[in-house]
Design a protein around this ligand. Structure first.
Ligand SMILES: Nc1ncnc2c1ncn2[C@@H]1O[C@H](COP(=O)(O)OP(=O)(O)OP(=O)(O)O)[C@@H](O)[C@H]1O
Ligand code: SF4
Ligand SMILES: [Mg+2]
Length: 394
């Protein structure tokens, strides 16, 4: 965190940037409420982060944790009924309060988004090249021929072979991975400063996932765009992001460099999230994700919203909501009353009972791939250990 950021940052929030310098995006205490007939949905609360040129931020959390809603707020794409609080600055220009029309020059040109489902975001009746060219023409006063050339160039940049020929094809003629690449081409057609990729690899196989993430990094290298990658799976972003922001119940619960967060979690939810990373080296069943359900965003529990599922919860947790504060490690923030206690635990993974543990074929490869993962050399050994009557909270 730079000195300037420390001075400007509100006490209770973490900017989480370690690089300092120019910022493309500055989100401060963002909140989004949706009034509904049944009550108010508090979809996003007290979310702050910054993004500089060439930086890659990972946003991770279970379904419904507010990942997409916060990015839609940045894009100015929330329904009119949404109540937005806090501040979203793109290159020092405040975006909160701008109308859909006022946001038009920023959207696509300044900040572009790759959506969760490429099939619903591309029009099946127009060729891929035509859709890309139209998106370019919407922001640039160029000839149709020049826009088409730009479309072909964008397809080439995202690694689509024979981009000339492919540009004349329809979305359904593309494979899933190709369509996702075409969506990335759509996002970069106007050379945006910031790219938000919302679950860009969901429903793709592991090899294609890796190619898509590589493509995003290559674009970052070539254009210096700042990139936000949203995902359920901490494993997906492990090798690619600089910083990671873990979301739970609509707010940020842990934030730091990816190494810090992988090496030493300071909030139990992140510990559980790491334990539920699926791993191809595990034969048989997957590790069990955290038990219980995410909180209702209409009736958030008093105190820490993770307390009903947290193996470390004490009375204080159920009474007072923790603030996002810097931990014992500089630049590493956590929203947890017991983060100092968590730091003393030798094997925090044991906090979550893994009753569906698989057999590890190659333990050495597992530790390299996911350093935080528990390792079970033998199912019997693990089961015996789990039944030893250990008290994980001690
Ligand atoms: N228009 C809306 N009206 C009411 N509630 C909404 C609206 N849009 C989103 N929500 C709620 O906001 C919460 C956060 O949703 P969001 O889409 O951000 O989750 P997410 O973290 O992106 O989940 P996923 O991983 O499933 O994509 C959810 O509970 C969702 O139901
Ligand atoms: S504040 Fe308490 S309940 Fe919440 S994560 Fe920390 S220990 Fe668990
Ligand atoms: Mg989402």
């Amino acid at each position: 965190m730079s000195e300037v950021d420390v001075m400007n940052a509100p006490e209770s929030s973490a900017w989480g940037d370690t690089a300092g310098g120019e910022k493309l995006l500055r989100v401060e205490n963002l909140s989004v409420d949706f009034p509904t007939d049944d009550g108010v949905v508090h979809a996003v609360r007290d979310v702050s982060f910054t993004l500089g040129p060439g930086e890659v931020l990972g946003v991770v959390g279970e379904s419904g944790s507010g990942k997409s809603v916060s990015s839609m707020a940045v894009m100015g794409l929330l329904p009119k009924t949404a109540k937005i609080g806090g501040s979203i600055k793109f290159k020092d220009r405040e975006l909160v309060g701008l109308s859909y029309k006022q946001m038009q020059p920023v959207r696509g040109n300044g900040v572009a988004m790759i959506f969760q489902d490429p099939m619903t975001s591309m029009n099946p009746v127009y060729t891929v090249g035509w859709q890309l060219a139209e998106a370019h023409l919407a922001h640039h006063d160029v000839s149709k021929k020049a826009a088409w050339a730009k479309a072909v160039e964008a397809l080439e940049l995202v690694g689509i072979p024979q981009p000339d020929r492919r540009a004349s094809q329809y979305p359904h003629e593309f494979s899933g991975g190709m369509r996702q690449r075409a969506m990335i081409a759509m996002a970069i057609i106007n050379d945006p400063d910031v790219i938000i990729a919302d679950e860009p690899t969901t429903a793709l196989d592991v090899t294609v996932q890796a190619q898509i993430l590589d493509t995003l990094l290559r674009i970052r290298d070539e254009t210096s765009a700042g990139i936000v990658v949203i995902t359920h799976d901490l494993g997906v972003v492990a090798g690619m992001v600089d910083r990671v922001q873990v979301m739970y119940g609509g707010t940020v619960v842990e934030q730091g460099t990816v190494d810090e967060v992988f090496e030493a979690q300071r909030m139990p939810y992140t510990v559980g999230l790491l334990g539920s990373i699926p791993n191809p080296n595990l034969l048989g069943k997957r590790l069990t994700p955290i038990k219980g359900a995410p909180p209702s965003l209409m009736n958030l529990p008093q105190g820490c919203s993770f307390s009903p599922r947290c193996p470390l919860a004490i009375d204080e947790c159920r009474e007072t909501e923790p603030q996002l504060l810097e931990t014992d490690r500089s630049g590493h923030f956590a929203r947890c009353h017991r983060s100092a206690h968590l730091a003393t635990l030798e094997n925090p993974q044991r906090l979550f009972a893994h009753d569906e543990i698989g057999v590890v074929e190659n333990p050495a490869s597992l530790t390299t791939a996911n350093p935080g993962m528990p390792i079970a050399e033998d199912v019997d050994v693990v089961e015996a250990r789990l039944h030893e009557g250990e008290n994980p909270t001690s």
